[in-house]
Every structure is written in C-alpha cells, then in structure tokens.
Design a protein around this ligand. Structure first.
Ligand code: GLP
Length: 239
C-alpha cells in the first residue's frame, strides 16, 4: 500500500488526477465514487480535458452505489450527481456511465443485474474510493461481510446524518441504498483511496493502520495488492 500525504485537498486532487490520467489514456474502466471528497479530483480531470485535450471517449465508468427510491432525475441521486459534477463535462458517452438502479421494483434483482454487468463488462481497472467517518466505503456499513457482493444496505444513522447536508431535511435522506459489496470492490484492479479533512482522521488511521476488521469496512483495502491512499495533512493527523 502506498500512502501519500499532500498539504491540502487541492494537492490530493492533483496527485489523484495524475494517477487516473494514465488509465484514461488507456481507455480504462473507471470506478467512480460520489461524495464531496473526489469532487476536486473530478474538477482537475475536467480541466485537463478542456485545457489539455485529455479524452475519456474510450473509457467506461461504473458507480459504486445509489440510493433506493430516488429517481434518476432527483438531483441527489448518485446517477444525477456524477453527471452534474463530472461526466457531463467530459467526452465520455453517457451510456458508458453505469450505476445501480435505485428505482427497480425488486432491489435484490437490481443488485444481481449490476453485479452481472460489472463482470460481463470486464470489471473495473481503477476504483476511486472515499471513506465515511465510520470507515465505510461505498455504502458498506460496519459489520458487512468482506465477501459481500452488490446488495441492499440499510444506512447507519451516522451516514444518514453526514449525508443530510445534501438534502433539505434529514428526513429526506433515503435510509437504504444499493451498493457494490466489499467483495465487488476488491475485484477492481487498483484502488485509489482519497480522504481529506480532520473529520476523516480516525477512519483513515483505522483502515490504514488498524486491525483488518468488518467493524471498519475500509480496512479490507489492506488485503488488496495495489492500493494508493492519498490524504491531506488533516486526514493524516493520526497516521
Ligand atoms: C457516502 C458515499 C461514499 C462516500 C462517503 C464519504 O456515504 N456512499 O461513497 O465515500 O459518503 O463522503 P464524503 O466524501 O462526502 O465525505
């Protein structure tokens, strides 16, 4: 595992974009995360597309997760979020950006469909991951099996509270989501873990230095053979 500590979130984004750029040039399949952490990285990639001609035309992308019950048009669906913040600003084909179907009448079937799609499309070359304050990755909350595949997840009250900032009221935050499982994420060939800000310092310490435990889902990254963890000084405070 490579751990890179950068002075601030902007520098984290530059380092992450440097790694991602090589994959983009190869027309790789990108694993995209939502949440605020990767946003500066997406901005930097958009800048490179506009100013330096970096093309995503040969790339495909898979999202990690999606809220259950939000239609794609809802501005807080992850489907809409990734387009607004990233993929509508680059030259990737919209149909090449895939996400679990949070409005499927049978959520379990939506999970199976997504898992099958990931496998049949050859899997993810590089997976961007943020980290929840409780150590979750994607929406895999503490206690999830390390072998889990794409599944329906009840959100932890802390995750609901953390994500309430994106909604008008906390009651509006969906309580369930579809998420790639930890086993799904571990199949990605390269993990790029990003964390910024002091609120993530405890989780970063736990997943990078702590015991590998299902109580800290992100700690599974210690078992992957190609991981870059890029953090700013605040998130690295306890390393
Ligand atoms: C959400 C997402 C995760 C994300 C995490 C941290 O719950 N499902 O993929 O990593 O929150 O979000 P943020 O980057 O906004 O701190």
């Amino acid at each position: 595992m490579e751990i890179v500590i950068r002075p601030n979130a902007e520098e984290v984004a530059t380092t992450a974009a440097d790694i991602l750029e090589g994959y983009v040039r190869d027309g790789a399949t990108l694993g995209l995360a939502t949440g605020s952490t990767p946003t500066p990285t997406y901005r930097e990639l958009i800048r490179r597309h506009r100013e330096e001609g970096l093309s995503f035309a040969e790339c495909r992308a898979f999202l990690l997760d999606e809220y259950i019950g939000l239609p794609r048009e809802h501005e807080q669906s992850y489907y809409a979020t990734i387009r607004r913040e990233f993929t509508s600003h680059i030259d990737i084909d919209d149909s090449a950006v895939r996400s679990p179907d949070g409005t499927h009448p049978d959520p379990e079937a939506a999970c199976r469909d997504y898992e099958e799609l990931l496998v049949s499309e050859g899997g993810v070359d590089i997976q961007i991951l943020g980290v929840g304050a409780n150590g979750h990755i994607a929406f895999n909350e503490p206690g999830n099996s390390f072998d889990s595949l794409t599944h329906v997840q009840d959100l932890h009250p802390r995750t609901v509270a953390d994500n309430a900032r994106f909604f008008e009221r906390e009651e509006d935050v969906p309580r369930r989501a579809l998420t790639q499982g930890l086993g799904t994420i571990m199949r990605a060939r390269h993990l790029l873990v990003l964390a910024t800000g002091e609120a993530k310092a405890e989780a970063v310490e736990a997943i990078v230095r702590g015991e590998v435990s299902e109580q800290w889902p992100g700690s599974i990254i210690q078992r992957h053979d190609k991981v870059d963890v890029i953090v700013d000084r605040a998130a690295a405070a306890r390393l």
